[in-house]
Design a protein around this ligand. Sequence first.
Ligand code: BDR
Ligand code: CA
Length: 316
Amino acid sequence: MTSARPLVIDCDPGHDDAVALLLAVGSPQIDLRAVTTTFGNCSVDDATRNAVQILTLAGVTDVPVARGAAGALDGVSTLGNYVHGASGLDGPAMPDPAFEVAQEGAVELLRRVIESSDEPVTVAATGPITNVAQLLLDHAQVKDGIAEIIFMGGSTERGNHTPTAEFNTFADPEALDVVLRSGLPVRMVGLNLTHQALATPEVVRRMAAMDHTVGQTSAAWMGFFGDSYNKVWEFDAPPVHDPCTIAALIDPDVISWREAFVAVELDGRWTRGTTVVDLHHRYAEERPNCQVAMTLDAGRYWDLVIEAIDRVGRRP
Ligand code: BDR
Ligand code: CA
């Protein structure tokens, strides 16, 4: 077996971010080195508390959690409480935090973990990508220590927060622009992919049938998240976006990819935050800068997620 991949997760938990964290800590292919938080689904303070509580639920107390951006690079704070509830993680009761948030901020923790690693670190971003952009702006030298950046955001198709913009990319388009122009290997997991990751009643039943709190809490998260998706977007089952980024790192065959030039709209009157994905090379002068997720093997995906949740829940 190859050694586990060093990973940092920058997130805004968030029900689907929570499942992404469980997938990471429950998968032997992943060596989670740090969790950093951002505004997004809720305030950064709520996201930070939620991240600590999720890791506490998972029995993980040795992965540092650091608080990051309270707003986008331009200072604006767009929140997604209309999907995730007042706390950002409404639904089942959560355990009291079993450890303290790191003294250092998110950018500093990311820099330290990347620079002290003996091998390149993968960065997964599942919220507005502000912290990662700030890291690249403040400490350009860390690029040498980053294996790739994989982010949940954007779409090859329509949006969700606005008709054309996905929430994470709408919340900080300037930050995504920094990442897309960084020259680093970047992978985009957009709505066109994550809308194939539906927590169907069968998926939720598999979580609820587990004989431990981690499985039952996950099922209850899907209940709250599913109700939001039904009310706001009339989905029958909620798309569980963020764990798709982690699944791609665990199993290279779970998602198929296309290389393309990707840009993000910064100026549009109605389209700010929209990703422009040039799948047919219409901008002849632009070189591909991104691998774009296209097709999900949903059966394989849910097996990875459910097995990881069960592994976490059964740990002594
Ligand atoms: C993204 O926004 C949030 O609601 C989710 O956590 C996900 O990261 C989906 O648009
Ligand atoms: Ca998220």
